[in-house]
Each structure stands twice: as C-alpha cells, then as structure tokens.
Design a protein around this ligand. Structure first.
Ligand code: PGA
Length: 253
C-alpha cells in the first residue's frame, strides 16, 4: 500500500493580483519531484481561483478554501460546490479550524459540507485538530475522532478525501508539533479509522500535517511513517514552499 505524498498550500485571505502572479511564477519555475511522487495543490482565495488555474503549471492543481453546504441559491456571500465543479476546480478545503472557530462551523456542519462536496465530484481536504486547552486536558484523540466521526457518518467513499491534522495551537504560531507529536496523532487517528470506518480506508487515506510547517522542519516531519504530506499556510506564500514539496523525496529515500 502506498499513499502518495500530498502538499497543499493554503493561501488563506492573502494576496493581490500582482502577488498571486508572482507566487505562481515561482511555482512554475520550480524543479520538483514528478506527479508520481507528490501531489501539489494550492488554494488561493476564491476571487483568484480562475487566474491561478489559468496560469499554473499543469502538474499542480488548485483548491478552494471553502464551499457552501448544499446546492446554491439564496445564500448571499456563499460559493457553491456546483460553481467550483463548473470552473473545473478539483479540490476544496473544508473544516479549517479558522472557520470552525471564527465562523462557528460545527462538526456536523463540516460533515455535511464534506458529503455534499464529494457528491458534486469535488475532492476534499478535511481539516481536524485540537486546541491547546483540549491537548492539555488530554482529549486530543477524542476531539479529532469526534470531528472525523461526523464526516464518517456521512461519507461512504473516502477515495477523494485527504485528512489534514492541524493542531490549532500550531497554526500560524510558529510553534510546530514535534515529529513525534504529529506521528502520535496520525497513528492514533489511523487506528481510529481502522476500528470505526474500515482497515482498507485507514491504510489508504492520506493524513497530512498542518501547523507552522516550513522549509526547515518539513523533512523531519515527512520522515514519520503516518505523515503523508502537509497543509501549509504562511510558508506556502514563500519560495520555501518548493522545499516543502521536495520533502516528498524523504519517503522514497
Ligand atoms: P500555518 O497554517 O502553516 O501558517 O501554520 C496552516 C494552515 O492553517 O493550514
């Protein structure tokens, strides 16, 4: 069983047209391992998706950062899964902790979104992760399992799902989880999937790590058995994102 290394760049709410063009130019010039070795997906804000898609090299793919929970209609300010498929946007990030916390997206709401997006043909990067308070209370696995359970109850086919384990305390803080901390949660979550969803799914679904990943710490994290790649925020706006993509070679070394 092999799980192809996955590197996602989450640009969050950043960028101007000129900045976006510069980032894409840097990505387009980069020499990186082939698509057989690493799957690369970048996620600009909605408004830049068509531009990025039109300029980006064909071996890299694009993702939205969110989409609406059901069919479009009278939902002012929302973007539907149908619109993303209409624009040939293959991926969407759902359940990011910033949306869970700031926009009060519940586990159930995220689970509904994942199921709806998959049903429309999108591939989903589904984010889970505990807060510092929850970690210190010893409930990391309980939290991550509950978030995953809400997805598992609504989703049968996991082929188009990547799970991003992103401890909230590590996001944008410069405080990266140690490779051992990341591996522990990834392994526990995989065991939870084996016990509650199915052993085939547990062994094939990719669990990527997110939270202050950068060019300097990526190789050590990538070396861990259950770390199948990364979801990168801040560093995905910089040239060091290329080094993070290259860390995929740690797996084949
Ligand atoms: P960070 O963000 O790399 O800036 O910590 C990761 C994420 O939120 O996906």
């Amino acid at each position: 069983m092999t799980r192809k290394f996955f590197v996602g760049g989450n640009w969050k709410c950043n960028g101007t047209t000129d900045e976006v063009k510069k980032i894409v130019a840097t990505l387009n010039q980069a020499e990186v391992p082939s698509e057989d070795v690493v799957e690369v997906v970048v996620s600009p804000p909605f408004v830049f998706l068509p531009l990025v898609k039109s300029l980006l090299r064909s071996d890299f793919h694009v993702s939205a950062q969110n989409c609406w929970v059901r069919k479009g209609g009278a939902y002012t300010g929302e973007v539907s899964a149908e619109m993303l498929t209409n624009l040939d946007i293959p991926w969407v990030i759902l359940g990011h902790s910033e949306r869970r916390a700031l926009l009060a997206e519940s586990n159930e709401f995220v689970g509904d979104k994942v199921a709806y997006a998959l049903a429309q043909g999108l591939k989903v990067i589904a984010c889970v992760g505990e807060t510092l308070e929850q970690r210190e209370a010893g409930s990391t696995l309980e939290v991550v399992a509950a978030q995953t359970k809400a997805i598992a109850e609504r989703v049968k086919n996991w082929d188009n799902v990547v799970i991003a384990y992103e401890p909230v305390w590590a996001i944008g803080t410069g405080k990266v989880a140690s490779p051992a901390q990341a591996q522990e949660v990834h392994e526990d979550l995989r065991a939870w999937l084996a016990a509650n969803v199915g052993s085939d799914i547990a062994s094939t679904v990719r669990i990527i790590y997110g939270g202050s990943v950068n060019g300097a710490n990526c190789r050590e994290l990538a070396a861990k058995a259950d770390v199948d790649g990364f979801l990168v925020g801040g560093a995905s706006l910089k040239a060091e994102f290329i080094d993070i993509i290259k860390s995929a070679t740690v797996k084949s070394a």
